[in-house]
Design a protein around this ligand. Structure first.
Ligand SMILES: Cc1cc2nc3c(=O)[nH]c(=O)nc-3n(C[C@H](O)[C@H](O)[C@H](O)COP(=O)(O)OP(=O)(O)OC[C@H]3O[C@@H](n4cnc5c(N)ncnc54)[C@H](O)[C@@H]3O)c2cc1C
Length: 378
């Protein structure tokens, strides 16, 4: 007969967000077990992104994205300094290619300020050329507090904190299904060593799979599960020297931030991600998408040579809003009041800026868990 383990907190999903949540819960004194389906943590969306520390410019003021990005950015820089996580506050330029787009930049600048990002300022074309001689534009918005980070070192630091505070991380452990009991949740875990668990708190941090996981919890009110949309983003790597020393963004497109230039910590350039609405998960990068990349990039880097782009990798954004509604949508953090069960917390739509916001999301979830615990002494 399969053994039933009685646990305090179970976090399902070992991406950067699940790890940050488990870290915060472990540090607040809870017994935490994190279950990860894959052989290693951080191998899905958390390994397939731009590794940018976002400043918090774009998100609607008052949204969770705005609030948690700005708070998370400050916490993240501090954490990186304390824990020697490789990162660089290299800054970014959002480039307007026409007078019309300048109007957008002015709006973005006001939006940033309203979100508590107070260091942004506009520069004209001459100043843009002086700073980045190979980049062309009508004007640019400078965001000094945007940066880049080694996300795998960050996740390793979170893992160290989880384990130092008594938490456990178990890979190869997919949660297959579950059932809501009066004040607990029963989970069936598959993999090499299947096990049944009873937990006083379950946090669903399963990323792209968060919706499917909730659907497999018997007794959950399915009307609490938001709509699910996937937006794939492909990247192309640049062969040769990067055209700029800072991140270069165009004005955004629906569903994404536009095909931008990001740099890794070694100074290597890549471009992306674009936006393709998909139904299924498939990470292939179609080389034919390069055509659109060349034209998008040449708007701000006209000298990009033919043949300089190579297909690199892709990621898929988990979203609660699709193309019909403009592809926006906020993060959804459902505590027990919203999920309707005292032991269930569910996170949906944790797309960008989830990496930047991870520490702040961890703290928010720990607060929700505190409330759950007060009403549900396990
Ligand atoms: C193209 C792209 C670019 C991005 N760029 C940036 C950026 O520059 N800056 C930024 O701040 N953010 C960025 N993001 C967002 C960021 O990558 C995500 O918000 C973050 O990685 C989400 O982490 P997560 O832990 O929620 O999800 P994931 O990393 O997807 O982790 C979820 C984990 O759950 C596991 N899992 C799923 N189902 C189960 C189950 N049933 N049982 C057990 N485990 C399960 C999965 O295996 C996975 O490891 C980007 C995202 C994309 C797609």
């Amino acid at each position: 007969m399969t053994e039933v383990l009685d646990l305090d907190c179970v976090v399902v999903g070992g991406g950067v967000v699940g790890l940050a949540v488990a870290r915060e819960l472990a540090m607040s004194g809870r017994e935490v077990v994190l279950l990860e389906a894959e052989p290693m943590t951080g191998s899905i969306t958390s390994a397939r992104n731009s590794e940018v520390i976002h400043a918090g410019l774009y998100y609607a003021t008052g949204s969770l994205k705005a609030e948690l990005c700005v708070a998370g950015k400050h916490k993240l820089y501090e954490y990186c300094r304390e824990r020697s996580v490789p990162h660089k506050a290299c800054g970014k330029l959002v480039v307007a290619s026409s007078e019309e787009e300048l109007g957008y930049l002015e709006k973005l600048s006001r939006q940033a300020e309203a979100n508590g990002v107070e260091d942004c300022y506009l520069i004209d074309a001459a100043e843009l050329t002086r700073r980045q001689p190979r980049i062309r534009g009508f004007a640019a918005l400078v965001s000094p507090s945007t940066g880049i980070i080694d996300s795998h070192s960050l996740m390793q630091a979170y893992i160290t904190d989880i384990e130092a505070n008594g938490g456990a991380i178990v890979c190869n452990s997919p949660v297959i299904e579950g059932e809501l009991a009066a004040d607990k949740i029963r989970l069936s875990v598959g993999g090499r060593d299947p096990v049944k668990i009873e937990a006083g708190l379950v946090v669903n941090a399963a990323g792209l799979n968060a919706w499917a996981l909730s659907e497999k919890l018997l007794g959950l009110d399915v009307s609490t599960i938001p709509p699910r949309h996937y937006a794939k983003g492909c990247y192309f790597a640049l062969t040769g020297r990067a055209p700029a020393t800072q991140l270069i963004y165009p004005v955004p497109e629906p569903g994404g931030l536009g095909v931008h230039l990001t740099l890794d910590l070694a100074g290597q350039a890549r471009f992306g991600p674009d936006v393709e609405w998909v139904e299924t998960i498939d990470y292939d990068v179609d080389p034919r998408r390069a055509d659109k990349f060349y034209s998008a990039i040449r708007r701000y880097w006209p000298d990009l040579e033919n043949g300089a782009l190579q297909p690199a990798y892709s990621g898929i954004r988990p979203k609660i809003a699709g193309p019909v509604s403009g592809g926006g949508g906020d993060f959804v953090l459902q505590g027990p009041e919203k999920t309707g069960h005292p032991a269930y917390i569910a996170l949906y739509g944790i797309e960008s800026p989830g990496l930047t916001a991870s520490l702040a999301i961890g703290q928010s979830v720990a607060r929700l868990a505190g409330k759950a615990f007060a009403g549900n002494p396990h």
